[in-house]
Design a protein around this ligand. Structure first.
Ligand code: PBG
Length: 330
C-alpha cells in the first residue's frame, strides 16, 4: 500500500498570512511585574546583578506605579525588603509593615492595578528561612517548624488582604500551606481573594540575584528540604495536585526557562491558570549578555516570553515586563 504524499502549503508567505495563523500571542496583559519595596525615603537603589530593577521607598513608588499602569501591565508582585528582621519575621504581618503600607498606597494611586502579595517569611527572618526555625533537642540540628510557620504565614496573608491585596501568592512551600491560608482568609472574610500557589518551586541556583536583592539568603543550610529537586517532573504533578485539592486558584512553576516541560505538563493536567516565574538569574543572564553587545536584547526577551506562553503559561511574572510592554506597543 502506498500513501499519497500530501504537501502542506507553507503558511508563511506574507506578514498577513503569518498573523492569521499565529498560534500564540504575547501581550502586556500577560505580565506581572515584581517590585521590591523598602523603608526609608528617597530610596531608588539599583540591584547590581539586576540592572533596571530597583529597591524603591514608598515616596518614590507613585511615579513607578503610574508608569507600570500606563504601560498596560495588569499587576505587580510585591516583595518587602524590611529594615528590621527577627527570628519570627514580625515585619511580614504588621499593619504598618512595608508590604501592607505599599499595598494601601498602590490601591490608592491605581485602583485597577492588581496587587499580588508574596506571602513568605524569608525576607523578614534574621536567619533567612521561610518559616520559624527550631532546634531538635536530641540531634541539636536546626529545622523549620512547619505548623508554627503556617500560623505566621496565615497571619501574613490575612494582613495583606486587609491592606487590599487582590491575590495572595504564598511562596513558602510548607506542607498544607494552601489549605491553611485558604481557611484563614475565609475566616477573616476574604473568601473572594484568590491564591496563586507557588506549587512547583525548584531548589534552584537561578534565584541567586533575587536573594542578594531581597537579602534572603539562608544563613545556614539551604532550602532543599522544602523546595523540589530539579531532576523531578512527576513530583511536580503531585505537588500541584495537592495544591489544587487544598484550594489553589492559580498554579505557578518556578523557575521558568529550564522548566518549560513542567509548564506544559501543568497546563495539560489541570484546568487552572498556569503562571511562569521568569526568575532573577534568567533576567540577569540576558541583561549581562546584552550589555556586552553579544545579543539583541529586545528580540531575545520577546522570544523568551513568547516561549513561556507557547509552553502553556497564561501569566508570566517577569522583570522584563516594562521593557516588553513598551516593545509590544511600539
Ligand atoms: C522566596 C522567593 C524567592 C524568589 C521569589 N520568592 C527566593 C527563594 O525561593 O529562595 C526568587 C525569585 C527570583 O529569583 O526572581 N520568598
Amino acid at each position: 500500500m502506498s500513501y499519497p504524499i500530501v504537501r502542506h502549503r507553507r503558511l508563511r508567505g506574507s506578514q498577513a498570512m503569518r498573523n492569521l495563523v499565529r498560534e500564540t500571542r504575547l501581550s502586556m496583559h500577560d505580565f506581572l511585574y515584581p517590585l521590591f519595596v523598602t523603608e526609608g525615603t528617597d530610596v531608588r537603589s539599583e540591584i547590581p546583578s539586576m540592572p533596571g530593577v530597583f529597591h524603591l521607598s514608598l515616596d518614590v513608588l507613585e511615579a513607578e506605579i503610574r508608569e507600570i499602569a500606563s504601560l498596560g501591565i495588569q499587576g505587580v508582585l510585591l516583595f518587602g525588603v524590611p529594615s528590621h528582621k527577627d527570628e519570627i519575621g514580625s515585619e511580614a504581618y504588621g499593619h504598618e509593615s512595608i508590604v501592607q503600607r505599599a499595598t494601601r498606597a498602590i490601591k490608592g494611586w491605581a485602583p485597577e492595578l492588581l496587587v499580588v502579595a508574596d506571602t513568605c517569611l524569608c525576607q523578614f527572618t534574621s536567619h533567612g528561612h521561610c518559616g520559624v526555625v527550631k532546634k531538635d533537642e536530641r540531634t541539636n540540628n536546626a529545622y523549620v517548624d512547619n505548623d508554627l510557620s503556617l500560623e505566621l504565614l496565615v497571619k501574613t496573608a490575612v494582613s495583606q488582604a486587609e491592606a487590599g491585596a487582590d491575590i495572595i501568592a504564598p511562596s513558602n512551600m510548607m506542607d498544607g500551606y494552601v489549605l491553611a491560608i485558604r481557611a484563614g482568609l475565609d475566616e477573616a472574610g476574604f473568601e473572594h481573594v484568590p491564591i496563586m500557589a507557588y506549587s512547583v518551586k525548584y531548589a534552584s541556583s537561578f534565584y541567586g540575584p533575587f536573594r542578594d536583592a531581597a537579602h534572603s539568603t539562608p544563613q545556614f543550610g539551604d532550602r532543599k528540604t522544602y523546595q523540589m529537586d530539579p531532576a523531578n517532573a512527576r513530583e511536580a504533578i503531585r505537588e500541584a495536585e495537592s495544591d489544587v485539592r487544598e484550594g489553589a486558584d492559580m498554579l505557578m512553576v518556578k523557575p521558568a526557562l529550564a522548566y518549560m516541560d513542567i509548564i506544559r505538563e501543568l497546563k495539560d493536567q489541570f484546568d487552572l491558570p498556569v503562571v511562569a516565574y521568569n526568575v532573577s538569574a534568567e533576567y540577569s543572564m540576558i541583561k549581562a549578555a546584552a550589555a556586552q553587545g553579544w545579543i539583541d536584547e529586545r528580540s531575545i526577551v520577546l522570544e523568551t516570553l513568547l516561549g513561556f506562553k507557547r509552553a502553556g503559561a497564561d501569566i508570566v511574572i517577569t522583570y522584563h515586563a516594562k521593557d516588553a510592554a513598551r516593545w509590544l506597543q511600539g
